[in-house]
Design a protein around this ligand. Structure first.
Ligand code: NAI
Length: 335
């Protein structure tokens, strides 16, 4: 007979039983992200797919002694994507090329749009009910691409599609703590809008640090918006953020699992189909989202904004609208 303790721990983990797929798993983000997912006790099956190298990454990670099975697939495997995706609850997509110095995220569109389109098409075929977490840039456009592909296949569920903006949230916590001299683990900043330059809007007025002098505040906002460039420049042509992004992706995926598990008050900012500015033709917007058993449970409004934040949101909306339409039309106007 099981001891009381064993019985209790068995029942509390029984619900946490997720198959997770990573598409682009052998890349700079994909490898550490897969490792972090291997360490999450809610993941019981981890499927890694990449056009190259996924088997090696899977074999390597599979030796970590946690309770999940790891498999790796490449296009050489017959029905590799089907095997990867079938039965998946959560799919993360970090496939595609990263930035080099001088590039904006939008410059990646020409290559990454078709990569994301094709992967989304397979997700729609083999894991139509999965929560889809898009990391590939430009997120402001790749998320709308996934929506259009899913719509065309008749499987779109707005509550299950997320653009991962968590890295902006991590940077905001870290950079704010450096300015005000606090412990970054205690700082939570809501970052809204989108995931590129001026579309990234940290809402510092919602933190307890309301009296940062304007010059320092402007510099802080700029650093949060363009923090990715620091990494791109430091890596000097070999890529963009990978390790901090893996941590961000694992944190967001962890929040999605908690929501699926029925935990209450799981809230993270994310770029989702949103009613907030839909009347202005902006179908997607990042804001705080409560995650639940069916994905998005509630999309939070921005709350009261300082005057300068309203201006930042207005600036963000202009670019966002164009980015979203560009992604949408890549599918709807394709010849
Ligand atoms: P990487 O080049 O190191 O890795 C990308 C991986 O995708 C490679 O292993 C490649 O073989 C694979 N890949 C390419 N086409 C594929 C396909 N059709 N199917 C499956 N796998 C495919 O790039 P890295 O640094 O990992 O970045 C990946 C993406 O994430 C980039 O688009 C980058 O801009 C984006 N990114 C997003 C962030 C965010 O905050 N959302 C932050 C940092 C990067």
């Amino acid at each position: 007979m099981l001891s009381r303790f064993a019985k209790r721990s068995f029942s509390s983990t029984a619900a946490a039983n997720y198959k997770v797929s990573v598409l682009g798993a052998a890349g700079g983000i994909g490898q550490p992200l897969s490792l972090l997912l291997k360490l999450n006790h809610r993941v019981t099956s981890l499927s890694l797919y990449d056009i190259r190298g996924a088997k090696g990454v899977a074999a390597d990670i599979s030796h970590v002694p946690t309770n999940s099975k790891v498999e790796g697939f490449t296009p050489e495997d017959e029905e590799g994507l089907k095997k990867t995706l079938t039965g998946t609850d959560v799919v993360l997509i970090p496939a595609g090329v990263p930035r080099k110095p001088g590039m904006t995220r939008d410059d990646l569109f020409n290559i990454n749009a078709s990569i994301v389109r094709d992967l989304a098409s397979s997700v729609a075929d083999y894991a139509p009910n999965a929560a889809v977490l898009v990391i590939s840039n430009p997120v402001n456009s790749t998320v709308p691409i996934v929506r259009e592909v899913f719509k065309q296949k008749g499987v779109y569920n707005k509550n299950k599609l997320f653009g991962v903006t968590t890295l902006d949230v991590l940077r905001a916590s870290r950079f704010l703590s450096e300015v005000v001299g606090t412990d970054p683990t205690t700082e939570r900043v809501n970052v809204v809008g989108g995931h590129s330059g001026l579309t990234i809007v940290p809402l510092l007025s919602g933190t307890k640090h309301k009296n940062i002098p304007q010059e320092a505040r402007d510099a802080l906002i700029h650093r949060i918006q363009f923090g990715g460039d620091e990494v791109v420049q430091a890596k000097n042509g070999t890529g963009s953020a990978t390790l901090s992004m893996a941590q961000a992706g694992a944190r967001f995926a962890g929040a999605v699992f908690k929501g699926l598990d029925g935990e209450k008050d799981v809230i993270e900012p994310s770029f989702v189909e949103s009613p907030l500015y839909a009347s202005e033709g902006i179908d997607f917007f990042a804001s705080q989202v409560t995650l639940g058993p069916n994905g998005v449970e509630k999309i939070h409004g921005l709350g009261e904004l300082a005057g300068y934040e309203e201006e930042l949101v207005n600036v963000a909306k202009e670019t966002l609208k164009k980015n979203i339409i560009k992604g949408q039309e890549f599918i709807t106007k394709a010849k």
